[in-house]
Design a protein around this ligand. Sequence first.
Ligand SMILES: C[S@@+](CC[C@H](N)C(=O)[O-])C[C@H]1O[C@@H](n2cnc3c(N)ncnc32)[C@H](O)[C@@H]1O
Length: 458
Amino acid sequence: MNKRPHKPRKPSGNNAPERPEKPGFAARKVAADILGNVVHKKRPLDGELDAASGHSGFRQLAANDRALVRAIVGAALRRRGEIAEILDRLLDRQIPEKTGRVLDILHVAIAQMLFLDIPDRAAVSIAVDHAAADRRARPYKGLVNGVLRRLGRERDDVTADLDADVLNTPDWLMESWRAAYGSETARAIAAAHRSEAALDLTVKSDPEGWAERLEGTVVGAGSVRLSKKGAVDALEGFEDGAWWVQDAAAALPARLLGDLHGKKAADLCAAPGGKTAQLAAAGAKVTAVDISRARLKRLEENMTRLGLSVETMAADLRAFEPDAPFDAILLDAPCSATGTIRRHPDVAWIKKAYDIEKLSEIQRELLDRVVNWVKPGGLIIYCTCSLEPEEGESQVAAFLERQAGKVELVKVNPQEIGGLDQCVTGEGYLRCLPCHLAGSDPDLRGMDGFFAARFRRL
Ligand SMILES: C[S@@+](CC[C@H](N)C(=O)[O-])C[C@H]1O[C@@H](n2cnc3c(N)ncnc32)[C@H](O)[C@@H]1O
């Protein structure tokens, strides 16, 4: 696709007459800005959308406009490859990089026209106004108008035969998943990423009762899944600390430690504390360690709400030494988080193959340290929310080889995780994929990609 750069129209001058902004203009402008920050500056989407410290324009929007921004940016990231291909079909020449927001404006408009329930008219006219209001995009105002109108007219032709699974997945990730899981499963993973994840809760007790009260369903190994989206803190049971938000897959690794009553357990890389809460609720005396004080503060607030008592320590595990060994350890190591793309569609466009290499070195170092912190006979769970074998299967295989004589693998039995046999590998590892927990309702299926292995200290 070696297209010649597009020739812009002459700018109409800097003193174009000011017109009042259309309703919804500010939200679209913020959406294009945030999209640009994520894809060009590699800023995490969660940070941009943070109500306290996120994008300044976003923070000033009313609640309904914030929801609109979330929906637009979410769709623009989930369908980024398809949108780029559609633009390629519509543009006869490339738009030069230095033209600021033009491409972001177009991506935001196309996300609305094709993937959200927003009338073309609104999406197109605001995109044109947005281009007109941006000094560097202004020369392309006519192009924005022409391209989007043509998409509206020729939608079926322009969107025909798009291979969404492949287009919306960066090549290096698709190749990694094909090699690890085969072509068909790699496609199923990519397809799962087009839908937003449901809201999963881990309850202290009585999953069936909570599913009934909150109009949800019990999935996985006793998680309660809700399809309706809304303010989590307004749901019954939040104030009373009856449950916490945790993906059905993320809730599985802690279960592998079995009966923890009266045992001393370390939750390493613990914040914001989903697994800490599980260990404490299972009766363990928990020490939760994390490098980030800010994230530990959130963990402490979560434990207070849940009425669970745990010891917290801010420390870099690469320099930490416990006073005494633990009965059990859970290491939820820092990872690429490619298993969470349904919830964090920015991950696909922010992370690079190089990150996997760097992170797997840290995981290796942490594993080799924590193995010394558990009593003989004690269990260690290593887990990551990554789909990459370097952070899962091959990391663990190399660990078992390095530490032969010191640890043994204790295979996962599907019965320990609610009978989910599709999530247990032949080697006895836990391996959840976004295409697991399949079902006909896209709002209710799937789970995060997760890996876990269990070892016993000899
Ligand atoms: C995957 S998140 C943990 C999620 C958590 N276990 C839960 O279930 O809610 C990884 C955590 O590792 C922490 N972390 C990263 N590097 C670390 C290090 N060297 N020492 C201690 N914690 C670290 C991060 O601050 C982050 O909170």
